[in-house]
Design a protein around this ligand. Structure first.
Ligand code: HEC
Length: 178
């Protein structure tokens, strides 16, 4: 009994010594895959990150991500993202205007933030993909059309027109990435 007890303790200690790092390594791995999941890169269907021999998770994501890369330079990337954030802000201003019955402000936001201004027309010209440019121009035209519809001060037709704009945002996002 006494002898068995003294064998049991060291055995338990050895097992714990082996098990603890394994448990912690498991946590670390889960933490890492969660991070990658947040980045939206290299995820497989079950949410685990797959590492490919001889390639990074990022390269693997490129192969799995069905979107077309525009291959933008770092400067163009930050420029393009900034423009997108302005588009999003425009949508917010438009929804705010509609909800408050301020259709004039909403219309102004539609033309200035989403419409085909000379600046965005220039930006679109710099984009290296024909289909991207076409969706871009169609999107900006839809923005200007929304600007006109809003002046009718009708919530239903305004929302319908806004939906047509958002459909352009979504279709481009589905096809392209930086
Ligand atoms: C012609 C294509 C196109 C249209 C139209 C478009 N986007 Fe984008 N958008 C992109 C691309 C490409 C990215 C970059 C994705 C990436 O990071 O690789 C992007 C990124 C974004 C981002 C992320 C910006 C950041 O700083 O990370 C937001 C927000 C966004 N778009 C909002 C919108 C909204 C809102 C609309 C419509 C009102 C819209 N976009 C219309 C192509 C488009």
């Amino acid at each position: 009994m006494k002898k068995g007890f003294f064998v049991f303790i060291p055995l338990f200690a050895v097992l714990a010594w082996i098990a603890i790092p394994v448990v912690f390594a498991g946590d670390e791995h889960r933490g890492a895959s969660h991070h990658d999941h947040m980045e939206g890169e290299g995820d497989s269907a079950d949410g685990k990150v797959e590492r490919v021999p001889g390639g990074t998770a990022h390269e693997h994501a490129d192969r799995k991500d069905g979107r077309i890369s525009l291959g933008l330079s770092p400067m163009m990337r930050s420029h393009q993202h900034a423009e997108m954030r302005e588009h999003f802000k425009g949508v917010q201003m438009i929804v705010k205007g509609i909800s408050e019955g301020d259709f004039e402000t909403a219309s102004k936001a539609a033309h200035e933030k989403l419409g085909l201004t000379p600046e965005v027309a220039k930006m679109c010209d710099l984009m290296p993909n024909q289909q991207f440019r076409e969706i871009g121009i169609a999107f900006h035209n839809a923005g200007d059309e929304l600007g006109e519809v809003l002046l009718k001060r009708d919530v239903t037709s305004s929302l319908k027109s806004l939906e047509a704009v958002l459909a352009k945002c979504a279709s481009c996002h589905e096809k392209f990435r930086q």
